[in-house]
Ligand binder design. Sequence first.
Ligand SMILES: [Zn+2]
Ligand SMILES: [Zn+2]
Length: 480
Amino acid sequence: MTQETHDALARHLLRTDGQEDICLATYEVSTGARRITRVLHAVELPRDGERSVHGNATITGSYVLRVAAQAARAGRGLVLLHSHPRGVGWQRLSGLDFEAEQSYAGLTQQITGLPLVGMTLAGDESWSARIWSDATPVGVEAVRRVGTKLVVSWNDALRSLFESEEAQSRTVSAWGEERHRDITRMRILVVGVGSVGLDVVQRLAATGLVEIGVMDHDRIYEVNRDRMIGATRRDVRLRRRKVDVAARLARRAATARDFLVHSHHVNICTPEGRAAALDYDIIFSCVDRPWPRAVLNTLAYADLIPVIDGGIAIDTFDDGAMRSATRRSQTATPGRPCLACTGQIDMSEVALEMGGNLDNPGYIRDARRSPVSGRPNVAALCAAVSGSQLEHFVTLVAHPGGQGVPNALRFTLATHHLEHLPHNSQLYCTTETCTAMGDHRADLIRTDIPWARDQGAPISAGRRWAQNLVDRVVEKLLNV
Ligand SMILES: [Zn+2]
Ligand SMILES: [Zn+2]
C-alpha cells in the first residue's frame, strides 16, 4: 500500500479511545513471474450504521455487499481490515477474527471473483495479512508500505530471519540489528548492469542482501571494458552475457551466507522482463535509454515498487574537449514526482524508441537529434552516479534522521554545484494517476523487439555453459 493509504487506515483503525476498529478497502492484482502482489487501491470507510465498535468491532453484511459490488465493477478485490491496538509486530488470527473473515470470504469470492484479503494493523503500525482460499487463510510473506520511505512488515514464518554475519558487523552498527534484518530480506533488482549497475550490485551484495536480481539483455564487448569494473578480456572473448558477469561479481562480494542472485537475460520492455521485475521490492534503474526508463516508471506507481534512477550526461565542445558533466539521481515512488514529470524521461523519445527510430541514423539526422547509444561516458564519473543512487537507497530503507528520499538531485561537474530540483507532479500525469492500479497499469510492453534481440556469442551455448561452470567451480575452490 502507499504511505497515504496507510495513513488513512491508521487514522480510522487506531482510535484515540484504544478500542479495535474495522473497515474495508479494495485491491488490484500485480502479477509477477513468481509472486502475486495484492495492491491496496482505495479505502472505503463505513457509513453510518455500517459498523459498530464494542470491544470487538463488527461490520454489517450490507457494508460488505456495497463495497464488494463496487470492487467487482472495477475488476478489483476486497480487503477486510481491523486493528489490534495493543498488538506489536506480525499478528496471529484469533478465533473471533477467523470466524468473522471466514463468514465473508465465500461471498466476497463469488461477487468479485477474487479472494478476500484479511489484514490486521497492530498498535505499533506493523501490518499482517492473509488471503482466503477455499475458506482457509493462507499467510502472505510481507506487507509493504511505500512512499518516500519503504517500510516492510515481514511474516517471519514465511521469510525467515537471517542472522547477521561477522563480516557485516560494521554495517549493522550503522543502522541496528533489527533494521538490518528488515533490509537484508528485501529482494532488489538492478536493471542494466553496465558501468553503474555493476557497481550497485556488488555494493548491495556486500551490504548483506540475501537475494538480488540482475537484468540486462546485452553481452560484453571490448568498448564496455573502460567502464565495467571487474569484467575481463576473457569475458569479452567469450562474449559473456552482462548478467553472468554481474552475478559472478555479486557472489564474490556477497557477505550473506545463503546469497542468491537471479540472472534475467531479458529486456525490461518485454512481458517476461516486466513479470520478472514485479517479483522485487525495490528496483535500481541503471539503464541509459528512454523506453526501459518509462516501463520502470509505470511499475513504481502502478505496482508500488520504488525505482531508484540515475544517469550521467557528458557535454563536449566542438573540438572534443569536455564542457561539463551532469549527474542526476531520483527515486520514483508515490509521494515524489515521477521520472516523466521531472524531465528525466522525454516521452517523445520513448515513442521514437518504441517505433524503432531512436537509433535510425537517417531519422536522427533528419530530425536533428543526437543519437542515444554511444554517448560519451567515463568510468571515473560512474562511481558518483552509483554512489548517489545508493544514497537514495539507504535513505529509502534506513530513513536516516527519520527522513525519506528527496526530490531529484542534479550535480553539475564544471561548477561542482548540487541542486535539489524543485519539481512538482504535473496535473494530468498519466503515470501517477495510475498509482496502485497493478495489472491495470498503462501498457508499454512489446513481445518482440527486433533491434534488442540477443546477438549471440562467438562460441556455442554449450561451450559457454561449460566455461561458466568452470568459473563457478574455481570461485568455490578459491572461496572467492
Ligand atoms: Zn483481531
Ligand atoms: Zn508524473
